[in-house]
Design a protein around this ligand. Sequence first.
Ligand code: COA
Length: 161
Amino acid sequence: MKKSMQSRSVLSEIMLPCQANPSGKVHGGEIMKMMDNCGGVAAMRHAKTNVVTVRVDEMVFHQPIMVGQLVICEAQLVFAGRTSMEVKVTVKVEDMMNELPTKVALTAFFTYVALDEEGKPCQVPGLLVETEEEKEAFENGRQRYLEHKKNRQKTEEPVRR
Ligand SMILES: CC(C)(COP(=O)(O)OP(=O)(O)OC[C@H]1O[C@@H](n2cnc3c(N)ncnc32)[C@H](O)[C@@H]1OP(=O)(O)O)[C@@H](O)C(=O)NCCC(=O)NCCS
């Protein structure tokens, strides 16, 4: 069993004009890529294997991100199944030229699957949850996991290898 603090990951980057549209707002895809990188690091740290992204849930853009702002991605494991892990990624923005507090611009839940050397899903350590907040986040993650599993059994074709 491992704690989420052991795999927590943070990634920061200043937004440049090449990442934005002509009005200076950063493209959503730029931020989503950064979130996936940051979440992937947390999943790899937990599993100690290669991982692939299999799903993104509840991606919500709360406010625009502008050129020149510092984007800070924070990723924390909230749930671990047998071979899959759910990571909450929070994106904060900071105006470095003033003393205003950072704002949450975006949040989402990324699911990664751990793969062995042959590219097959492999078991990950359990997630040790201690605080009430961690327990609640784990239970919410477990509910999403069970719901997706149920829906897949109804609709999705299995992956053929
Ligand atoms: C991830 C992948 C290997 C899973 O393959 P699979 O045949 O479905 O494997 P399994 O049925 O054994 O499922 C493995 C785990 O993935 C989870 N999973 C599979 N499909 C999922 C989906 N659509 N949403 C959420 N979780 C999913 C399962 O719940 C299972 O988790 P568990 O072991 O914790 O219960 C396969 O779907 C894949 O290769 N997808 C493409 C991934 C990719 O290329 N991503 C982009 C590049 S990073």
